[in-house]
Write a protein that binds this ligand. Structure first.
Ligand code: AHR
Length: 654
């Protein structure tokens, strides 16, 4: 690399305020010793996971494949998402669904405007050419004669890209379905329903679903987004939040029992990310709960991850609400505790149990084999611990094998954190959930964070983390810092048992929070460099840590390098992960102690960019992607060259 390019990069790093990276400009040969026979701590199969929260239109408008917004007319503004024309009113008399009682009443008497409704979807209805979509709705005819409707998909230019007719002929509520097949792709279409015949009709739960969903599940998930999730190879799947678990107050908290059973009767709830950030106000952000706890468990099973539900501990969001009346009093917690116990029964109970039967009726008689439950998200102080305590007692008494996750609050250090860790030890929770959204420098200097953690007591669940640069954008820089930091998770697998990046999904036209792992619009998806780091760890976790040292010390930033090694006993592979945060090539002499002499074949996967600001976007989704090449490491000594600003994963046969 020429001096002028080096200088330009250093100046760029200075302007970004990244001293950790800037310092690493000296080209040296580093000597790593990997002790292949010294099998160390077990790396839990759950180690690298994924965390889902309905933020950034992650569920409705995202992972949940429903294309109609406000399908039940239950938003505070019941016409939100809908553009009525002609005579359309909202009614609640003799509703079709008791817990979602609003419906639209349409009357048509040959007015010039016609009568009907357009739905705008989630920043548009995203449809693909010649794919099939199931349109369904519940309707009743208020007169004696049948009423014909025309349904259209209308594109951005106001042209029809699909048209079907359907006749309504029953006076009571009935379900109607019709298959739509658009003639062209359109990420921003609208669904239009128009009355053809005179009359009065009532309409409710208007739903449009792609026939192709992930694993072809009914009421299913967007194929591309769920597949991206599966491709992370997550060992654990945490849901449904995040702050959404707390809600802003009692009424808006997440209540899992409202999210199971027939989708039409799951009561709509406002999403707290609707109004959390005044500069990012989304008045049309609600939760249909179509993606509810049954679907979360099913998804966990489908992607091969252990489910980890998070439950409300009886507190509202402590950031947003200090009204004590919005917290449940400690002596009134029983319904909340029952929710936890019933959830375990819902997931694992026999079909003969109350909640096991509900699971079975929904289509899954076999248990989901739930092993973990988290109580509380980002809660702190005695308010939290005095509520957590009775949960722990009750869950231990009924389900002693369930692992309980407590929390260390929203900060990675400081007084709340210092208070909570000893409390978690006292309460003997199994894991403690730590959260850190921190700067690139913090991530680099905290690669040693867990080296000095107490080996006794609860394990660590790094439940929410992401590298946040000043501009809070996903970039190659943040991915590299996360890759470097995560070597510390792996080296300390005896302490760190689970980790999940956050948040997972973001709609490019409707996000509240960034950076995020996966971006999408209505028909396409973008995997960030951060995604690839998570995926490389998920696919190459190994079964046991191996000692990897430089001058008898773990590699935690010397010469700008961060490294860890593992063995995968199931495949008999040696796995070495190295992040080079310096701007020069780095030569590494690998002393592979205990590896049989000769050549060992394998692959090296490298995520690299000289542009630390490199981003993957909808227009250019592959700006930063890993590249895989064949490699041969010779034992006992090999030499490899690491590219500048790179994360490399070597995987060779032992
Ligand atoms: O991941 C976004 C938010 O960050 C989560 O909801 C919350 O737990 C944390 O503050």
């Amino acid at each position: 690399m020429t001096n002028s390019i080096q200088k330009a990069i250093v100046l760029c790093l200075i302007s970004m305020g990244i001293s950790g990276l800037m310092a690493q400009t000296v080209n040296t040969v580093s000597e790593f010793k990997v002790e292949v026979q010294k099998t160390g701590a077990t790396i839990q199969p759950t180690m690298y996971g994924a965390f889902f929260e309905d933020i950034n239109f992650g569920a409705d408008g995202g992972l949940y494949a429903e294309l109609i917004k406000n399908r039940s007319f239950e938003f505070d503004n019941p016409f939100s998402g809908w553009t009525p024309f002609g005579h359309v009113t909202i009614q609640t008399k003799n509703p079709c669904f008791s817990r979602n009682p609003h419906y639209a009443e349409l009357s048509y008497d040959k007015e010039l405007t016609g009568t009907g409704l357009d739905n705008e979807g989630f920043r548009g209805v995203g449809v693909k050419k010649e794919e099939k979509y199931n349109l369904s709705f519940y309707a009743r005819v208020m007169g004696k004669s049948p009423v014909k409707l025309r349904v259209n998909l209308v594109n951005y230019g106001n042209d029809f890209i699909e048209e079907k007719e359907i006749e309504l002929n029953g006076q009571g509520w009935q379900k109607y379905t019709v298959v739509l097949m658009p003639a062209s792709n359109c990420p921003h279409a609208r669904l239009r329903i128009t009355m053809i015949d005179r009359g009065i009709i009532d309409l409710d739960h208007v739903s449009l679903f792609p026939q192709k969903t992930f694993n072809n599940r009914p009421n299913g998930l967007r194929q591309d987004l769920a597949q991206a999730l599966k491709d992370l190879h997550p060992g654990i799947f945490r849901f449904p939040g995040g702050c959404i678990v707390e809600g802003t107050n009692k009424a808006t908290r997440y209540q899992w029992k409202n999210t199971v059973g027939p989708v039409e009767n799951r009561p709509t709830n406002i999403n707290r990310w609707n109004y959390t950030f005044p500069n990012k106000k989304f008045s049309d952000y609600y939760q249909s709960y179509g993606l509810g706890f049954y679907e979360f468990f099913q998804l966990s099973e489908d992607i091969g991850a252990e489910p980890l539900p998070v439950l409300n501990c009886g507190l509202s969001c402590q950031y947003e609400n200090d009204d004590p009346n919005e917290n449940c009093a400690v002596d009134k917690l029983q319904p909340y505790i029952d929710d936890a116990l019933d959830l375990i029964e819902f997931a694992n109970g026999p079909v003969s149990s109350k909640w096991g039967k509900i699971r079975s009726d929904m289509g899954h008689p076999a248990p989901f084999n739930l092993k973990f439950v988290a109580v509380g998200n980002e809660q702190w102080s005695k308010l939290y611990t005095e509520r957590l305590e009775p949960f722990v007692k009750a869950i231990r008494a009924r389900y002693p094998d369930i692992k309980i996750v407590g929390g260390a609050g929203p900060q990675a250090e400081g007084s709340d954190f210092e208070y909570l860790w000893p409390e978690m030890r006292r309460l003997k929770v199994d894991l403690v959930d730590e959260h850190f959204y921190r700067s690139p420098d913090w991530f680099l200097s905290n690669a040693k964070r867990y080296d000095s953690y107490d080996r006794q007591g609860p394990k660590v669940f790094a439940g929410e983390y992401a590298c946040h640069p000043g501009n809070r954008e996903n970039s190659f820089l943040t991915a590299l810092c996360e890759a470097a930091f995560m070597t510390g998770f792996e080296r300390n697998a005896d302490v760190v048992n689970l980790c999940t990046y956050a948040p997972l999904f973001a709609h490019v036209d409707a996000w509240q929070w960034r950076p995020d792992l996966i971006w999408f619009d209505n028909i396409s998806i973008v995997k960030t460099p951060n995604y690839y780091v998570q995926q490389l760890y998920g696919m190459n976790k190994g079964t046991n840590v191996l000692p990897l040292t430089m001058n008898n010390e773990a590699v935690t930033g010397q010469n700008g390098l961060y490294a860890t090694a593992a063995v995968d006993k199931t495949t008999n592979d040696l796995i070495i992960k190295i992040a080079n945060t310096g701007i020069l090539n780095k030569k590494i002499r690998l002393d592979l102690v205990g590896l049989s002499e000769g050549k060992h074949q394998g692959k090296v996967t490298v995520l690299q960019s000289m542009d630390l600001e490199a981003k993957n976007t909808i227009a250019k989704p592959s700006a930063g992607e890993p590249v895989i090449t064949d490699i041969e490491l010779s034992a006992p000594v090999s030499e490899v060259t690491l590219k500048p600003f790179s994360f490399s994963v070597y995987r060779v046969r032992l």
